[in-house]
Ligand binder design. Structure first.
Ligand SMILES: [Zn+2]
Length: 402
């Protein structure tokens, strides 16, 4: 694991200092139009699956939000019920106190009365035996009634206490349910974001595949015909300059990095300065746009064009572009404007490897993305552009494309 990490770091550093671009899925593995259409169908299926996942996740999130809402209102009801029970118990406590006072009074009257025989007199003063029974029963009934009431109020208070504990426990459970629902929502949200990112790249793959199908269909390739042969770019006899004027500011090969100051850094092409941002950049020969990379942190907007010059396949690369005026699969001539010069203020937002407006031009043999697919293979196929395109040495200017 540690070793892998180190290797990865070395790989990334190498990537950074040599300005080697990463392959973006602008190219497909399909060899025929039929295969390309199958790839498109697979991409569409994948997108449909992702969309279904997205919708399912969204409805999970919505359901959880509703659940949380319901649980919150249940907690509110519980809180209100607890408050009601507390208020009721308080009232009952007062009533109990009052009942006890009444009882005390009755008892003291009874005691005083019985000491002074008033109670007996009260009883014996009864006119009849029925009256006597009635009178003594009345006092007892009153005391019994108060005692029973106190007992039932106490029962009610006890029941309220039990109820309050139960409600509080329920609310606690509801709170923890809400917590776990919230963290589920967070997790689903993260998953949803990943799906969104994935679907953006699938959408790009779908549209670039559709573009390729459109292109191959428009030039009349058969369903089972080899695409490379069918689309073999219109041959050319030579390369011309990518700009109408300019001056070389950095040679191809090993140099001291202008951004990091590090020595013996490999420079994968030539830098041509002397033009402001927005100056048109042209293809250096007839060909076909093979690959486009946008806003790469070291190289910015990059266009790769496939050429066949005197029967040999080449790939030219234009880096630090401010704008890109072509699309993958597009046929270009040496007069086609593929983009505009960037690398200065306009591209600073995403560019770390340019110190000012200029064009970086690389040239390699083979078609990067078709003949070979890795950046290290591209590196091993690199050529010195000055040997193929007439670009004068430092200190001199050119003022035409020829
Ligand atoms: Zn450069």
């Amino acid at each position: 694991m540690k070793k892998t990490g180190k290797l990865l770091l070395v790989f990334l550093l190498t990537l950074f200092v040599t300005m080697t671009p990463v392959i973006v899925s602008a190219n497909s593995n399909a060899k025929t139009l039929k295969e390309l259409k199958n790839e498109l169908q697979q991409l569409k299926n994948k997108k449909a699956q992702q969309d279904a996942n997205k919708n399912a996740t969204k409805s999970k999130i919505n359901n959880a939000k509703n659940d949380i809402g319901n649980k919150k209102s249940e907690i509110e009801t519980n809180t209100k019920d607890i408050a009601d029970a507390t208020a009721e118990s308080e009232e009952l406590t007062i009533e109990i106190e009052e009942g006890k006072e009444k009882l005390d009074k009755l008892m003291s009257v009874y005691q005083i009365a019985s000491e002074n025989n008033t109670y007996l007199e009260y009883i014996f003063d009864s006119k009849t035996y029925d009256d006597l029974v009635y009178r003594s029963a009345l006092s007892e009934q009153l005391m019994d009634y108060i005692n029973e009431s106190i007992e039932s109020w106490n029962d009610k208070i006890e029941k309220n206490d039990v109820l309050k504990v139960e409600l509080a426990e329920k609310s606690k459970q509801l709170e923890s349910d809400i917590d776990s629902l919230s963290s589920s929502i967070d997790q689903w949200g993260t998953y949803l974001n990943k799906l969104e990112e994935g679907s953006v790249s699938i959408k790009e793959d779908i549209s670039s595949t559709e573009e390729l199908i459109k292109y191959y269909t428009s030039i009349g390739c058969g369903e089972n015909e080899d695409l490379e042969k069918c689309a073999s770019v219109k041959g050319d006899t030579r390369f011309i300059r990518p700009l109408k004027k300019g001056t070389l500011t950095s040679y191809y090969g090993y140099r001291t990095s202008p951004t990091t100051g590090a020595k013996n850094q490999f420079h994968s092409g030539v830098d041509i300065g002397g033009n402001g941002e927005g100056t048109p950049v042209y293809s250096i020969a007839n060909g076909m746009v093979g690959k486009i990379i946008r806003q790469y942190s070291c190289g910015g907007n990059m266009v790769y064009v496939y050429h066949t010059v005197k029967g040999v396949q080449y790939t030219s690369t234009y880096m630090h572009l401010l704008t890109i005026n072509v699309s993958v699969g597009q046929s270009v001539s040496s007069q086609t404007q593929i983009g505009t010069v960037g690398g200065g203020k306009g591209t600073k937002a995403w560019e770390k490897c340019s110190t000012g407006a200029h064009l970086h031009l690389s040239l390699a043999t083979g078609w990067y993305g078709k003949t070979y697919t890795t950046s290290s293979q591209w590196k091993s196929h690199l050529l010195n552009p000055q040997s193929y395109v007439s670009i004068p040495n430092k200190g001199q200017w050119f003022y035409s494309r020829y």
